[in-house]
Design a protein around this ligand. Structure first.
Ligand code: NAP
Length: 259
């Protein structure tokens, strides 16, 4: 399918690995000029080169931390007029809420709520003025059904979701489409954190923890990041113009609700 976004410009945050990388790859394949951001420059450059090789697309890089004001300012300076923004950052640590200090909550809210809101604020009016914009927030299935060991994620991402629900309606008439994409469990580096946390919680091996995780998903396996990237690119397409303010759960059927 031609997504109708060839030549558009994108910022993809937290994109040297995992879901961000896969989203950048799918956008580059659709002909989008992609700026990928992550903190570690070496992996970022290697990823950019791999995406160029795989897609033949235009990929530039910026080593920056999305959770800092300076990092966000550098991103906007590098690409002040994006047509597409994919908000993403590392996830908060797993654990028990009794052990989290106030600073832990501030860090989670900064990374998984404030950072995407501030980046959106910096670019959304320009998108509206140009009459086209797509913003995808990578959040988590934890927004729809809480994950026991991820209270920081359950809380911080729900704040982002509430804000974006309102903004998506405000921007809808201006050609700016905002949606959230909720990963279930995908085979990335991040999932190893979850595998280990669940192994410790249940006193089982990491292999057994991973096996149980896959078995609990109706598809019978973890998600492939490439599957995530393709849905992200679709949410950025011209065809997605009427898909507004939704929380799209991509979890292999794990969430047990009828809708
Ligand atoms: P991942 O494979 O660990 O990749 C994380 C990427 O984010 C890396 O490129 C990392 O590069 C970058 N990053 C982390 N912190 C950053 C920061 N402050 N500023 C800029 N870049 C940053 O993780 P993932 O699995 O793709 O997960 C992406 C997001 O989806 C996370 O928030 C995660 O919690 C959430 N999620 C994932 C799953 C899953 O199954 N994988 C499920 C639910 C939710 P640097 O470290 O070099 O910066």
């Amino acid at each position: 399918m031609d997504l109708g976004i060839a030549g558009r410009k994108a910022i993809v945050c937290a994109a040297s690995k995992g879901l961000g990388r896969a989203s950048a790859t799918s956008l580059a394949r659709a002909g989008v000029d992609v700026l990928i951001v992550a903190r570690g420059a070496e992996t970022l450059e290697a990823t950019a080169e791999a995406i160029r090789r795989e897609t033949g697309g235009a990929v530039s890089t910026l080593a920056a931390d999305v959770t800092t004001r300076d990092g966000r300012a550098a991103i906007v300076a590098a690409r002040p007029d994006p047509d597409i923004l994919v908000n993403n950052a590392g996830g908060p640590p797993a654990g028990d809420f009794h052990d989290w200090a106030e600073e832990d909550w501030h860090a989670a809210v900064e990374a998984n709520m404030v950072a995407p809101i501030m980046l959106t604020k910096a670019v959304v009016d320009g998108m509206a003025a140009r009459g086209f914009g797509r913003i995808v927030n990578i959040t988590s299935g934890a927004v729809k059904a809480p994950i026991a060991v991820l209270g920081l994620s359950n809380g911080a991402r729900s704040g982002l979701t509430g804000f974006m629900a309102g903004l998506a309606r405000d921007m809808a008439a201006k050609g700016v489409v905002i949606n959230n994409l909720l990963p279930g469990q995908f085979a990335t580096d991040r999932i190893a954190t979850m595998v280990n946390a669940e192994a410790a919680r249940h006193g089982i091996s990491q292999d057994e923890s991973r096996r149980r995780m896959a078995a609990a998903i109706p598809v019978g396996r973890l998600g492939d990041p490439a599957e995530f990237g393709e849905v992200c690119a679709f949410l950025c397409s011209v065809q997605a113009a009427f898909l507004v303010g939704q929380n799209i759960l991509l979890d292999g059927g794990k969430y047990p609700g009828t809708f």
